[in-house]
Design a protein around this ligand. Structure first.
Ligand SMILES: Nc1ncnc2c1ncn2[C@@H]1O[C@H](COP(=O)(O)OP(=O)(O)OP(=O)(O)O)[C@@H](O)[C@H]1O
Ligand SMILES: [Mg+2]
Length: 433
């Protein structure tokens, strides 16, 4: 894959192949909790606990959609199942069983004026998804540009030539507003580098350079100040719109003006869906159910508040539990017309199927034809060695430590065997040592 000759940087950026757009559809997804410690006891011998009427679940009957070019925000109190749901979408559930439901990724038509990459067939789900974890794992002694270049080298298909790879890196630096710090080191505990917001954007950049169609971010803005977090959400929203990328993120305490950036919203409460649909229609849905947003209240904070149980005292707990139960029930009883279903598509990727056939990230679609070949073992080893060498050689403190350690051990060994003679006593002492 290479780019056509272009006149200036703008044309080069526009000439970059946008990722193939995909829409996401989750239908009736239920994820079970792992078995308890006494699982070695056969189930028919286990004492039945009160309220134990089936396997424990972390999220229950979750449905929702997010089209290409849209941003879906998943909000809810702590422990409501946001991370579990994101992991399920990314096929990273680990040992958690999927009891029901399915997640489908459907190729979508690109927006007009955009050139769609020529990818035939259906790629694996892991190849179309970029997952940004909550914590940033970056090497402290590499610059922003180097970090992105290594990430691109490791993940982009072999067919992408070096010049194109560098252009993708430059485009990502511009898209994420990292131009000013592109040659600054990342930094760590002992060396000050880029700021927290820039680190977060760089982590997102490491995923973006791999040109994923779907970007999943867990706690996208946690740890950022309100301005950086708003700017980050704005950048993500623009990314979604410009290249028809699908962006799914979980959030804690976003700013009120971020509300308008989300196309779709999913509100979870202890694993149950309280709302899942267009963000713009969410407030009216709650208003109709007697939960009116007060003026000067952050709508996102308000939605998290009304879908959380207040445990401060018994009275408040009973009242809030009744409200949450009513909201969960109202969502369950909604008319089917309110579902926003995606049209069926021949080449959809379906994963996490049923309790019998579940395999994390399993794909029922034919995923071999559109296989994008990543750099092989030798290329990856070469890139990783180069990256580690740069990171070690720039860490002068650590290098000096290694030097002192080596010299110290040498001196110690030298002194231990210093001036030994060929006498039986000396040879004996050498043996003892
Ligand atoms: N592997 C697991 N084993 C047991 N319980 C789990 C596991 N993963 C998640 N849970 C439970 O499922 C519930 C939801 O967890 P999850 O991490 O998805 O919540 P969350 O909404 O992301 O919370 P937070 O906002 O605090 O990050 C929690 O009560 C958690 O203890
Ligand atoms: Mg979480």
């Amino acid at each position: 894959m290479s780019l056509p000759e272009a006149a200036g940087p703008e044309e080069l950026i526009l000439a970059l192949p946008p990722p193939k757009p995909y829409s996401l559809s989750i239908s009736d997804l239920t994820i079970g909790a792992p078995q308890s410690q006494d699982s070695y006891i056969p189930s028919f011998l286990r004492p039945k606990k009160q309220g134990d009427d089936g396997p424990a679940t972390i999220v229950r009957n979750v449905s929702g959609t997010c089209g290409a070019g849209e941003m879906l925000a998943i909000i809810g109190g702590s422990g409501s199942g946001k991370t579990t749901l994101l992991n399920a979408i990314a096929g990273r559930l680990g040992g958690l069983p999927i009891l029901e439901g399915q997640i489908t990724f459907q190729p979508a038509a690109a927006r007009s004026g955009q050139n769609t990459p020529n990818v035939d067939g259906t790629p694996k789900v892991s190849k179309i998804i970029g997952f940004v974890r909550q914590n940033d794992y970056l090497l402290p002694h590499l610059t922003v540009r180097e970090t992105l270049t290594f990430a691109a080298g490791l993940r982009l298909p072999k067919t992408v030539d070096k010049a194109t790879r560098l252009q993708i890196v430059e485009q990502t630096i511009q898209e994420l507003g990292l131009v000013d710090c592109s040659d600054t080191v990342v930094g760590g505990i002992f060396r000050k580098g880029i700021s927290g917001g820039e680190r977060r954007r760089l982590s997102i950049g490491c995923v973006l350079v791999t040109l994923p169609s779907i970007i999943i971010l867990d706690e996208a803005t946690t740890g950022l100040d309100s301005n950086s977090s708003f700017l980050l959400l704005k950048t993500l929203s623009e990314l979604a719109k410009r290249h028809s990328r699908t962006i799914i993120l979980s959030l804690h305490a976003p700013r009120s003006d971020a509300f308008s950036l989300f196309d779709r919203l999913m509100v979870l409460s202890k694993g149950n869906v309280v709302y899942s649909g267009r963000a713009a229609e969410s407030l009216s849905w709650f208003e109709e159910r007697g939960c009116e947003l007060k003026k000067e209240t952050n709508p996102l904070d308000y939605l998290i508040d009304i879908s959380s149980v207040d445990n401060r005292d018994e009275e408040r707990e009973a009242e809030s539990r009744a409200r949450v139960d009513a909201l969960v029930q109202a969502w369950k009883d909604r008319k089917p017309a309110e579902e926003i279903a995606l049209p069926p598509f021949a080449h959809a990727i379906v994963h996490s199927i049923s309790r019998d056939s579940q395999k994390a990230g399993d794909l029922s679609a034919d995923d071999s034809s559109g296989e994008i070949s990543r750099p092989g073992l030798i290329s990856q080893t070469r890139i990783l060695l180069h990256r580690s060498h740069l990171n070690v050689y720039r860490n002068l403190g650590q290098l000096a430590g290694f030097l002192i350690q080596s010299v110290g051990i040498g001196v110690f060994m030298g002194l231990t065997y210093y001036n030994l003679q060929g006498t039986p006593a000396d040879i004996q002492s050498l043996k003892v040592r």
